[in-house]
Design a protein around this ligand. Sequence first.
Ligand SMILES: Cc1cc2nc3c(=O)[nH]c(=O)nc-3n(C[C@H](O)[C@H](O)[C@H](O)COP(=O)(O)OP(=O)(O)OC[C@H]3O[C@@H](n4cnc5c(N)ncnc54)[C@H](O)[C@@H]3O)c2cc1C
Ligand code: SF4
Ligand code: SF4
Length: 485
Amino acid sequence: MAEAAPSSKPTPPKLIPVRVLVPEEPVSARVGDFREVLHAYSKEEAVLEAQRCIQCRRPWCVEACPISQDCREYIRLVAAEDYDGAAKVTLRENPLATCLCKVCYHYCEDACVVKKKGVPIAIRQLKRAALELGASDLVYVPSTPKHQRVAVVGAGPAGMMAAWELGVRGYSVTVFEQERRLGGLMQTIPAYRMTDTDVATDRARFRALDVTFVNGTKVGKDFPVDRLLREDGYQAVLLTLGTPAHRTLGIPGEELPGVLHALDFLRDLNAGTARTVGRQVLVIGGGDVAMDSVRSARRLSHGGQVTLVYRRSRQEMPADPEEVHGAEEEGVVFRFQQAPLRIVGNGRVEGLVVQSMDLGPPDAGGRRQPIPVPGSETTIPCDTVIVAVGQRADLTGFAPELDLKITSQGWPEGKGTGFETGVPGIFATGGRSVVYAMGSAMEVAVAIDAYLAAKRGAAPTARPDPLGGEGTFHLPPGYTVPIRV
Ligand SMILES: Cc1cc2nc3c(=O)[nH]c(=O)nc-3n(C[C@H](O)[C@H](O)[C@H](O)COP(=O)(O)OP(=O)(O)OC[C@H]3O[C@@H](n4cnc5c(N)ncnc54)[C@H](O)[C@@H]3O)c2cc1C
Ligand code: SF4
Ligand code: SF4
């Protein structure tokens, strides 16, 4: 009998659907203090996990990353045990990599093809492996000085990314920050997820760039923003003001002692000036800030009861599922479909009056609308309430001529091309997560570079290799279009 001709079709790569488990601190140990919950992979674990990546010809993971981090390439290098190479590739596009390898919401993993058959590649955790196993103590190198100065207001992820983008292109950048510490809202992320040292590690790689950070200056209050252009010799200004203020519930009793707002609570906690919490803590909200608040309160309450109150159901909660899972494991109680009506107490908070909610049809954003159930009021006893219902910008001292747009999640943005505001030479942007804020900063830095190049009669500059090599910023082979939402 004649043998069948061999098929000309290439054999598809073998797909391993199960992830190498990320080492975690046991629940019983971690609720006692703020020790780090997730640990790094060992060399062997990292290589095994990296070898699961099938190195797709079209890198879906890279396309989903708001800063186009070439994760496919650093994964390939980890798999080949070239850790120094992997660290270099990681830091080439990502100046906040030490922070992001702990807290990025890993949009890349949602897009990873392996997710169709099992658990996606642990791309964020492999970034951490690249940095911790490879030589990551690198210093960014500026290109030839442009002799043009840029002021950035706000040292959050957007401000730091823009300062890096402009610094490596040879601009002289001053970043004004109202707080004592750098990192913006990353400074409110609890120490069991990331610490000040992570921000400092990333910051240290900036040291050869002409980037100066000026802390403790509130632009708009200490001096008007236009002074930077008119008198101080800056040729462009970027506002990355973010959302440093908290939203309130606007219900009676919110001013009672024992009621805290999440941003203040988390900021004080990281600054070492934490307010105490009682043994019956309620946190109001359903987002990531609420999750950081319940999990922190659980650690501070010495075995007390910590309850999350949310007006919709679990399905509608915007919080990262990993965080919700962590909170559940740590013993946080969830009360869904309960809306706060008033906070009660005699000189201090003693209870929260809530009303049950039914869920109606979805709104424009696809989330089902809460509908009050008449006669369903109850009081939940408590001694501490933490309000985590959103953040907002603080535009004190910024002139209306800037014509800023406030995005749905609260940060101000320029309405013009490249995020230019109503005042020529002043730009503004921000983002809904660390890496999204960095992605918008990438875009705005390109616009600022074009603006400044035109002023000196030159062509815009591509980002040079920030590690001093020959090339310029390039997208990985096979890359098509960014999947940005
Ligand atoms: C508790 C919490 C947990 C979070 N967890 C995560 C997470 O795990 N992963 C993730 O990706 N994202 C997370 N986020 C969201 C993320 O931190 C933000 O999306 C990101 O920091 C936004 O960056 P930004 O630079 O646009 O603004 P911001 O981080 O808000 O930075 C703005 C900076 O501008 C400064 N500033 C404002 N006005 C002035 C002024 N007039 N003068 C001088 N300085 C000024 C502020 O002090 C601040 O430092 C979290 C947010 C919070 C609150
Ligand atoms: S920065 Fe975030 S989204 Fe981008 S590759 Fe890393 S983990 Fe993924
Ligand atoms: S999409 Fe997943 S499998 Fe494909 S290259 Fe990226 S990480 Fe590897």
